[in-house]
Every structure is written in C-alpha cells, then in structure tokens.
Design a protein around this ligand. Structure first.
Ligand code: IMP
Ligand code: MG
Length: 178
C-alpha cells in the first residue's frame, strides 16, 4: 500500500467486479442503440478503459476536460470546459463516464452543456458517488459504489495530480492535505 494511503476502500478485485456489473447494465440498456461514451479527463481514464473493453456493443468514444477544482479537495463551484468534444453531440445519445460525483457541479454543468449543444439523451455512469455532499440535485444513472465523505485516490482519481496509478481506491491520509 502507498505510504500516503490510510486504508484501502475498494480493492482491485472489487473494482473488477464493479466494472463488470456496470458493463452488463449498460450493455442491456444500450442494446441496438447508437451512443457515444464520453470520458471526463483525467479522472475517468482508468475506469473508462476497463469499462469499455467489457461492453460488447458498437459505440464511439470521445473526451472532455471540465475543471471545477483548484489544487485542493473542495469544488470551487465554477466549472469551465477546457476541452470540448470532437464529435458533434447534436442528436446523439451520450453516456458520460466520470470517476466520482461529489457536489454534482461538474456533471450538472457538463450535462447542460451537452444538452444545449443538441444532444438527444445524456446519461451518467460514475465509478464512485458521495451522495452526502451534493449541492445540486443529480442522481447518476449508473453508479459503481457509494462512498463515505472521505477524500479518495487511485484508479484514476488524484490529489494534486498524484496517485492516479494506484490499482485500488484508497482513502488519502489527512496529513497529506491538511
Ligand atoms: P463535483 O463537481 O464537486 O461533483 O466534483 C467532481 C470532481 O471532483 C471529480 O470529477 C473529481 O475529479 C473530483 N473529486 C471529488 N471528490 C474526489 C475525491 O474524493 N478524490 C479525488 N477527486 C475527487
Ligand atoms: Mg474529475
């Protein structure tokens, strides 16, 4: 275990089961439909890579970068699109893949952005959810795990751009950011 990690919240084995279960749900729901899987960079990369290889359907992928965090552990509430889709979302069904929903500000903004650009349908698949911290009403359509109000890292999730490479999800030691 990494020296900055307090404890492991979701092990590699559990992550694999979570991803497989989400893939089965998405496969069932999107059978026979055209859709674009849109990953929010950078946090979703590990999750999306694992998820997409387990979905036995034809779909396109694209990425967006939206930022609401400075360097800290709290959302600033002001979301900006730093990189937009390359594919035109007009009339398309979109499945956003996210690492974690916290205040909901980021996804709320990104969903509205896609809908105002003409997307037909926008759904959300998140690996983790902290429902207790929501500031805007947002319920993910697919959720891997609900987690307590702790700052977590690994499997794509970072603190200050570090720890994304950890193969598990761990609770970051408070001494690292306090
Ligand atoms: P929201 O806009 O407050 O919902 O924040 C969502 C974004 O904040 C996620 O995409 C993550 O990048 C980041 N985030 C929120 N909680 C955590 C956490 O516990 N660990 C790492 N990143 C987090
Ligand atoms: Mg993120």
């Amino acid at each position: 275990m990494h020296k900055d990690v307090e404890s492991i919240l979701i092990s590699e084995e559990k992550l694999e089961n979570i991803v497989r279960k989400l893939a089965r749900q998405i496969e069932a729901d999107y059978q026979g439909r055209e859709f674009i899987m849109v990953g929010l960079l950078k946090g979703s990369i590990v999750f999306m890579a694992e998820l997409m290889t387990k979905i036995d359907l034809d779909f396109e992928i694209d990425f967006m970068v939206a930022s609401s965090y400075g360097g800290g552990t709290e959302s600033s509430g002001k979301v900006r699109v730093l990189k937009d889709l390359e594919i035109d979302p007009k009339g398309k069904d979109i499945l956003i893949v996210e690492d974690i929903v916290d205040s909901g500000n980021t996804l709320n903004f990104v969903m509205n952005h896609l809908i105002s650009n003409g997307a037909n349908d926008v759904k959300v698949c998140t690996l983790c959810d902290k429902p207790g911290r929501r500031k805007v009403p947002l319920v993910p359509d697919y959720c891997g795990a609900e987690i307590p109000d702790e700052f977590i890292v690994g499997f794509g999730l970072d603190y200050d751009e570090k720890y994304r490479n950890l193969p598990y999800i761990g609770i970051l030691k408070r001494s690292v950011y306090e």
